[in-house]
Design a protein around this ligand. Structure first.
Ligand code: ANZ
Length: 877
């Protein structure tokens, strides 16, 4: 075909790249001197049934373009793709249709692959990972075994968010605050708190490391701040208040021990274990009703600053340890059981929430920090949270806040009624789900007696003995005490059993619990071998006999891991995807290190990015990894809005479907347009007219300029040297585009290429080499059309194999001069002319300048002065 037809050339080159493995970044051969590496990573997609949305190709085109340039620059580039394929939507689809989730997943992945290929995105197919593939989740399970062994995984019965509709527990982050109360993020179903047995990962043990590591990361500041706030480290003190008339003390956490003299009341959270003791009988009914109500609110809602304060007086009192003052104890839901000690000393004069609470209930407000801006005779209108000298505070009077904190903390410690304390907002990570479509925990439960028998064995006598934590992980299961052990490493992966129904049981138990033959096994404590303990015969369950004395009755854990698990470490597996013996070969990690660039949405700022850092730091600590941090450099692409400037959504009917765009305009036009919309990081609306403009650029300024009507090299292409303007345009473009790609500033690179193409169109002749260099610059963003023209110009594919063009600084020097144009000695304008322009031409041009011509109107020029290379001065009357 002679003219530009994306529909015919695009599939051709997609097939070529796939067959040729053009973009495979191989691991270095042993003993060879490896090429410099570049590892660029995308956040891998969840292969939903809906297929790609326009947000996928935005980030993916950016990394694909960078990858193509880096390859031409001589780097060995790793740019892989995979599938984050466990999770709720697939499972719900499976429940609805009765089809196995694995089958649905496979279909969705095939569709995603097809769609990505249609965009001209190229990945090393040998490195593909799929989190639901047992060969992959074997290592997800292996990491869990290591966490367990190192005491970072435990089981707890705790009140957790439970969604009856979804039949599962949800993490705090998966619950949203809505006007109708707390709801699931997925599907917006009501959720409630239920006490359930859960696996929890001790991420809080890594809180300080997770904060410290941030400082060396090249990440958007806003994302670093989000992580820091999420971890929320606060330093302060714990202080004990004697409860009036009781033996117990009420312990509080405060970041402001300096304000202790201003504590005029106390608040315990509705779940506080001492609440019932503190409450006097007269007030019990009211307090209990209040506590019951609080259960229905989410922490987020309760902690909201702006919310109206509610609470109830318990009737009890506590004694302020510094001055013996007897202060009332209230219960209020703005104090959370999950933070600090679940109780506070309230200082309304200096804390906003306490201030509002005190105002609402008429409680005493006693200032203890002098506020120079306030009139002491007037009633306070808000809490004063700034610094100042202490007042009304005994021996602290006159000190500033910092000194008072230090002094009072030391005094409390000396009297043994308080001590320095650090608190984190970060909670341990709720790591289990009562779902089918997730990684099975590599865990079995034994009776305490059998656990003791196992512990008594020598380490080399039993593989099972090597992964026991120092403190046993215990739980009550079906009313009986049980101890957790891991599945022996050689038995991983522990694969999901076949079940008849993926429907959650509704009891808070996972559908895996129904796979009785899988759940109940005889376990050989020495060899780790398992045999069925319950078998189904003619619909009846029958117990089998214990095979021998080394065998113990064991039950498998039936919860599964959350979707986060697989996405915590996939970037590691890409480096060594097929390794059957280890998660990653240390030599291979040494070469690739960690991704040089990670591109993905800002919505992952805290959860995925924090969880992955936690696992990576842990794997570093146990010697599995050399690097400490997974993602040195992070970039968030901005959201693409609908043409109407609103968020794209099915209900608004403003969704742009990449497949249709490609059909109408071609993948190259879509890629180029996506990158031309605006800065990559910016939120920006889609515009269909804009993509037509890009399509015209490719057709008229690229294809038809470089090829003739027969699709052969255009006659203007030749071996003669380019004129100065054309050469300069090209070299400026090489310089700018190279730098712009490197900093992911694609929109400015495209503008520059458009300027260059315009100059090429103006030029009478164009050197072959210039045309090819231009194609190379355009190739990362518009790979199909450039490969095609490259080939038609007589070059062997792929264009990506040609070394990246370098600019020639000498070609950038302009052969022009800038002249100041004055009228009666006053500067009126500037004139840029070729160095060899004759004086009369210069004077004519100067007089015609926009800023000069009007000044000359109706005047007579009496003298024209020209200082070559510098000034034109027109003397007028
Ligand atoms: C007295 C005080 C006086 C406080 C003052 C603040 C200002 P961050 O910085 O977030 O760590 N607090 C403690 N535990 C709480 C809980 N479980 N639920 C709600 N609030 C709680 O906040 C620590 C401060 O939040 C603590 O310091 C306590 O109020 C409150 F002028 O104690 B402060």
């Amino acid at each position: 075909t002679a003219d530009y037809q994306p529909a015919s050339i695009e599939p051709k080159w997609q097939a070529f790249w796939a067959d040729d493995k053009t973009f495979a970044g191989p691991n270095p051969a042993p003993n060879a001197k490896p090429a410099p590496k570049y590892y660029v990573l995308d956040m891998f997609p969840y292969p939903s049934g809906a297929g790609l949305h326009i947000g996928h190709p935005e980030g993916y085109t950016a990394t694909d373009a960078l990858k193509r340039m880096k390859k031409s620059q001589g780097f060995n580039v790793l740019h892989p793709m995979g599938w984050d394929a466990f999770g709720l939507p697939t499972e719900q689809y499976a429940i609805k249709t009765g089809r196995p989730p694995a089958e649905v997943t496979e279909e969705n992945i095939a569709n995603f692959k097809k769609q990505l290929a249609q965009i001209g995105l190229t990945y090393d197919s040998d490195r593909e990972v799929n989190t639901t593939d047992p060969a992959y989740y074997k290592w997800t399970q292996w990491i869990f075994v290591q966490l367990f062994k190192h005491g970072l995984a435990y089981v707890e019965e705790k009140p957790v968010w439970y969604c009856p509709e979804l039949g599962t527990v949800l993490a705090n982050e998966e619950v949203l605050n809505t006007p109708e109360g707390p709801r699931s993020e997925r599907g917006s179903f009501p959720v409630e708190k239920r006490p359930l047995r859960q696996w929890v990962l001790r991420i809080t043990a890594y809180a300080d490391k997770l904060i410290a590591g941030l400082k060396d990361l090249d990440w958007p500041d806003s994302t670093k701040r989000l992580q820091e706030n999420w971890i929320g480290r606060s330093t302060g003190a714990e202080v004990d208040f004697q409860l009036d008339g009781l033996d117990e003390k009420l312990r509080v956490f405060t970041t402001r021990p300096d304000t202790l003299y201003g504590a005029t009341y106390m608040v315990v959270s509705p779940e506080h274990p001492l609440l019932s003791k503190i409450t006097i009988d007269d007030r019990r009914a009211e307090v209990e009703a209040y506590a019951e109500q609080a259960k229905r609110k989410s922490d987020l809602e309760r902690a909201e600053l702006a919310k109206e304060k509610t609470g109830v007086f318990t009737g009890g009192y506590a004694i302020n340890p510094v001055n013996g003052a007897k202060i009332p104890v209230w219960v209020a839901d703005y104090v959370l059981i999950t933070y600090g000690t679940g109780a506070i000393m309230a200082v309304p004069a200096h804390d906003e929430r306490d201030f509002e609470f005190a105002k609402t209930f008429g409680l005493e407000i006693l200032p203890v920090i002098a506020n120079e801006n306030a009139n002491p005779d007037e009633e306070l209108t808000e809490a004063y949270t700034g610094d100042g000298a202490l007042i009304n505070s005994g021996d602290l009077n006159g000190l500033n806040v910092a000194d008072a904190k230090a002094k009072i903390t030391a005094e409390l410690a000396a009297k043994k009624v308080g001590k320095e304390a650090v608190n984190y907002k970060l909670r341990d990570w709720l790591f289990s789900r009562q779902r089918y479509w997730g990684e099975p925990f590599p865990i079995m439960w034994l009776s305490p007696a059998d656990y003791k028998r196992l512990m008594a064995l020598d380490k080399d006598e039993s593989e099972l003995n090597n992964t026991l934590p120092i403190d046993p992980v215990t739980s009550i299961i079906n009313g009986e005490a049980r101890c957790a052990i891991t599945v022996p490493t050689q038995d991983l992966p522990l694969t999901l059993p076949q079940v008849d129904s993926y429907q959650p049981t509704g009891t808070g138990e996972s559908p895996l619990a129904k796979a009785v033959e899988w759940v109940n096994v005889w376990l050989n404590l020495k060899t780790g071998e398992t045999r069925p303990r319950v078998i189904q015969q003619d619909g009846d369950e029958q117990l089998t006999e214990r095979p021998g004395t080394d065998w113990a009755a064991a039950t498998r854990e039936t919860n599964t891991m959350p979707q986060w698990a697989g996405s915590c470490w996939y970037y590691l597996r890409y480096m060594d995807p097929k390794n059957p013996d280890f998660i990653i070969d240390p030599k291979i990690e040494e070469y690739w290190q960690a991704p040089d660039l990670y591109v993905g949405g800002a919505e992952h700022a805290v959860l995925h990015l924090l969880y992955a850092r936690f696992w990576h730091l842990f794997l570093h600590d146990i010697g599995v990894l050399k690097t400490k941090e997974p993602f040195k450099k992070l970039f968030h692409q901005g959201i693409i809005l609908g043409e109407d400037g609103e968020k794209m959504s099915k209900s608004r009917g403003n969704v742009v479907n990449p497949e249709f765009i490609i059909k109408d305009h071609g993948a190259d036009a879509m890629r180029l347009y996506l990158m031309f919309l605006g800065p990559l990081e910016a939120m920006k609306p889609w515009n269909t007219d804009g993509i037509q403009g890009i399509n015209r650029f490719l057709r008229n300024k690229v294809w038809r300029e470089l090829l003739d009507d027969n699709g052969q090299p255009a006659t203007k292409l030749c071996d003669t040297e380019d004129d100065a303007d054309t050469a300069r345009a090209l070299h400026e473009t090489i310089k700018k585009v190279t730098a712009d790609y490197e900093r992911l500033s694609f929109n400015t690179a495209i503008s520059q290429m458009m300027i260059c193409a315009n100059q090429f169109a103006k030029a009478k002749t164009l050197n072959f080499a210039s045309a090819k260099a231009f194609l190379q610059l355009l190739a990362p963003l518009a790979p199909h059309i450039t490969e095609e023209i490259w080939e038609r110009l007589g070059e062997a594919p792929s264009i990506a194999n040609a070394p990246w063009p370098k600019h020639d600084e000498s070609k950038l020097v302009k052969d022009t001069v800038k002249l100041m144009v004055q009228i009666n000695g006053k500067l009126r304008g500037e004139l840029e002319v070729a160095k060899d322009t004759a004086q009369p031409d210069i004077l004519t041009a100067a007089k015609a300048l926009d800023k000069v011509a009007p000044q000359l109107e109706g005047k007579t020029i009496v003298k024209e002065i020209y200082v070559p290379g510098r000034i034109v001065n027109l003397v007028v009357k």
